[in-house]
Design a protein around this ligand. Structure first.
Ligand SMILES: NC(=O)c1ccc[n+]([C@@H]2O[C@H](COP(=O)([O-])OP(=O)(O)OC[C@H]3O[C@@H](n4cnc5c(N)ncnc54)[C@H](O)[C@@H]3O)[C@@H](O)[C@H]2O)c1
Length: 303
C-alpha cells in the first residue's frame, strides 16, 4: 500500500480528495493546521497531523513516513484575506509550499501535485483562458499561487509535478459561513431567509466546477500529466446573477437580493479552457451545474 500525503486534507477540496484516495486503498496522511479546515471533514481511515506546512515539525513526518505522492492543497485560499494581510498569505502559500517541496526533494517523493488557481492567476479574461496566456494576478493570493507554481517548476529536476489550475470549485463541505465560496454562501442565506449580496451588481462571470470533477483530475494526475500545467474548469461563463437565479429556483427563495460594487482584489470575468486537461489527462467536467447545485443545497439543509 502506497503512502500518500494530502496537505490541507481537512479542507473543502482536500477532504473529498482524501475520501477518493482512501476508497482506492491508498494509505493517506494529512497535514492541516485546521485554520479553515475541520476535523469532522477528515475520513476516519486517514491520519491527521495537526500542524502548519511551514512548521519545522513537518520534517519529522517526512522522516517517519515515506510518501510516494504529495498533493499540496494547504493554503490561505481567500482573496479578501490576502488583500488585508498579504504577509500571512505569502507565509502560508509561498513559504509553506517551499517547505513541502524541499522535503519532497530530501525524502525522494515520486510525484508532486499542486492545487493552483486559474480563477486568480489569469486575472480578467474576455474568452476562456488557455494555459499559455500570460499570468496577470491582481490579488496577493493570485501572486502567491503563481509564485508557488514557479517553485514547483524549479523542483522538476528532482521529481515530476502536475499543476492543476482550478476555476471556481463548489460542492459539499465548502464553508457557508466564510468570505469565499459564493455557492455555499448564497445557498445558506436563502435557506436561512436572509438576502444575498450580489457584488459587481450580479454581472461578474465565473466558471463553476463541481468538487467531484476536481478530485477526479487529481486522481488522474497520479498516473498522467507529468510536468504539465492544466486548467480544470468547464469553459462556460456563468454570471453571479445566473448562479443566483439557479439557486433561487432550487431553494424556492423569494427574498430580494442586495446589489453592491465589486470588492478589493475581485475581477469581472474569468473562465477557463479545459481542452488541455482533456488531451493530457483524459479529463472532462461531468457534473452539470444544476445537478451540482442541487447536491449542495441538499447538503446545506443538513448543516
Ligand atoms: N475553492 C476553490 O474554488 C479553489 C479554486 C482554485 C484553487 N483552489 C486551491 O485549492 C486548495 C484547497 O482549497 P479549498 O477551497 O479546499 O480551501 P480550504 O480553506 O477549505 O482548504 C485549505 C485547507 O488548508 C488548511 N491550511 C491552510 N493554511 C495552512 C497551513 N499553513 N498549514 C497547514 N494547513 C493549512 C486549512 O485548514 C484547510 O483545511 C487551495 O490550495 C486553494 O488555493 C481552490
Amino acid at each position: 500500500m502506497q503512502n500518500v500525503l494530502v496537505t490541507g486534507g481537512a479542507g473543502f477540496i482536500g477532504s473529498h480528495l482524501v475520501d477518493a484516495l482512501v476508497e482506492r486503498e491508498y494509505k493517506v496522511f494529512i497535514i492541516d493546521d485546521l485554520s479553515t479546515g475541520k476535523e469532522e471533514n477528515v475520513n476516519s481511515r486517514a491520519f491527521l497531523y495537526k500542524l502548519s506546512v511551514q512548521d519545522d515539525g513537518v520534517g519529522g513526518i517526512f522522516k517517519k513516513v515515506k510518501f510516494s505522492h504529495v498533493f499540496h492543497l494547504a493554503a490561505q485560499a481567500d482573496v479578501r484575506k490576502s488583500c488585508g494581510d498579504p504577509s500571512y498569505d505569502a507565509k502560508s502559500n509561498i513559504m509553506g509550499a517551499l517547505n513541502i517541496l524541499s522535503l519532497c526533494r530530501s525524502y525522494g517523493v515520486k510525484k508532486f501535485i499542486f492545487s493552483s488557481s486559474g480563477g486568480v492567476i489569469y486575472g480578467d479574461v474576455k474568452k476562456p483562458a488557455r494555459e499559455e496566456e500570460p499570468p496577470s494576478p491582481v490579488s496577493p493570493y493570485g501572486i502567491s499561487k503563481l509564485a508557488g507554481e514557479l517553485y514547483v517548476k524549479f523542483f522538476r529536476a528532482y521529481f515530476p509535478y502536475t499543476i492543476l489550475r482550478y476555476s471556481n470549485v463548489y460542492g459539499e463541505r465548502q464553508d457557508p459561513f466564510g468570505e469565499a465560496g459564493v455557492v455555499s454562501i448564497f445557498g445558506n442565506n436563502m435557506l436561512d431567509g436572509k438576502p444575498c449580496t450580489l457584488y459587481g451588481y450580479g454581472k461578474p462571470v465565473r466558471d463553476y466546477v463541481y468538487v467531484e470533477d476536481v478530485v477526479r483530475a487529481n486522481m488522474l494526475s497520479l498516473q498522467r500529466g507529468d510536468n504539465e500545467t492544466m486548467n480544470i474548469g468547464t469553459g462556460k461563463p456563468t454570471s453571479v446573477q445566473q448562479l443566483y437565479s439557479m439557486l433561487k429556483e432550487i431553494v424556492g427563495d423569494n427574498i430580494p437580493p442586495v446589489h453592491k460594487p465589486l470588492r478589493d482584489g475581485e475581477i469581472n470575468s474569468n473562465y477557463l479552457c479545459p481542452d488541455k486537461a482533456k488531451d493530457v489527462l483524459g479529463w472532462q467536467p461531468s457534473v452539470p451545474m444544476k445537478g451540482g447545485l442541487s447536491r449542495v443545497v441538499k447538503w446545506l439543509k443538513t448543516v
